[in-house]
Design a protein around this ligand. Sequence first.
Ligand code: LFR
Length: 497
Amino acid sequence: THPLAFAAIDLGASSGRVMVGRVEPAALALEEVHRFPNTPVRVGGTLHWDVLALYRGVLDGLRAAAQATGGRLNGIGIDSWAVDYGLLDATGALIGNPVHYRDSRTEPAVAKVAEVLPPSRLYAATGLQHLPFNTVYQLVAAEGSPALDAARTALLIPDLISYWLTGVAGTEITNASTTQLIDPRTRDWARPVADALGIDLSLFPFLRHPGDPAGELRSGVLEETGLKGPVPVTAVGSHDTASAVVGVPARDERFAYIATGTWSLVGLELDAPVLTEDSRLANFTNELGIDGTVRYLRNIMGLWMLQECLRSWAAEGHPQELGELLRGAAQSTPLRSVVDAGDPEFIAPGRMPERIAEACRRTGQPVPRDPAETTRCVLDSLALAHRRALADAQRLSGRGVDAVHIVGGGAHNELLCRLTADACGLPVVAGPAEAAALGNVLVQARTAGAVEGGLAELRRLLSETQPLRHYEPMGDHTAWDRAEARIADGGPGTAYD
Ligand code: LFR
């Protein structure tokens, strides 16, 4: 038989890529055909996504996919980071540039929402971890603005790209679940929440589900890319983390995952949400996964902290080479100082090495003396936060785990994988790094009939075809307990009351 070819458009906070996945019942191969930077732009004091540059990257990627496949693609799926959206006017034109979730405009909205809906009620209704950038806060912050007044449609980023490619507008559910406007029990809009806050849910087009058809490439797109029509676009887990969790090569149910990249998303796959007050105070989120699953996880800063350090050092005229930095970090004193990698104080861009130093000082720990020590501090802190999230997830859900899967870009970071295994006291399976693109491809492939089965079958195909690395836990486990005690007073950091 001939493998079917699917394009996965995967947009991350620092780069976008278009991958071609070739799928047969017992074979799965992924090829990167195009990668392009995603560089936010601050304009008029507001941090924006350069969404047209991203769309151009998507078109360039589809052109490369056409070249790689002789113009014949069996489908396209799109996933990206969550929560952000573009607004369309009555003619379907984009109103302004989508705002970046790291922009600070939502600060007053957080207090405003809490006045109407106490955090405990909001959590009971939506199950979402409090993050100041959740769509609900963005929409409340935009209230009364000419842009929102003129808007007839709001599209989350992957839905916006999908709309431009096909002319069909929809709202994919896994990503919609990050808006804080979805009830994870009914998997439908949380209308009482929207009503209480004066949010007009009719801005969002009908909900669609991973695997649903999402239109076909418009003729203009076919012409521009050299693809031969018809090319179906399929709704996938359009939240990149939802696709990454599909891409976890787990062999049974007793697993935890850490989707690493700009963020570390640490948690479990469950059948039902956990909406208890304990769960809220521990800052766990109940995002929706494919096939009726719940992604029960905590957002942790992730490699963003290191990316921002690199940006600062380069801007100050001391650019660092990542490989060398990681070698230096591996040789630095373990657990010399740690910070709370769950603390929202690290969300905003800028001055990251200084902010890390300040956090060390505040907690009475030695300040890192050079970039290698700062890197070690970030990686130790991430491993520590991974450990805390895994322990909390198991306790709060009652589900135990035997193995931790690290997927996403951080799967390449050997030091991070090793430290995570040591900190958690559990074996770590690292890879695939391109889990989101693979999860995207697999959902399309299932819709097209190239593979069959549920998540277990899709994951078996991954574990049989993708190269994986294994790390066994080592070292003195109590060292991590002592490090934890140094920052424990502040709690998990992101709790909101
Ligand atoms: C990861 C991610 C996280 C989400 C954050 C912001 O790329 O999608 O899941 O919380 O970006 O959208």
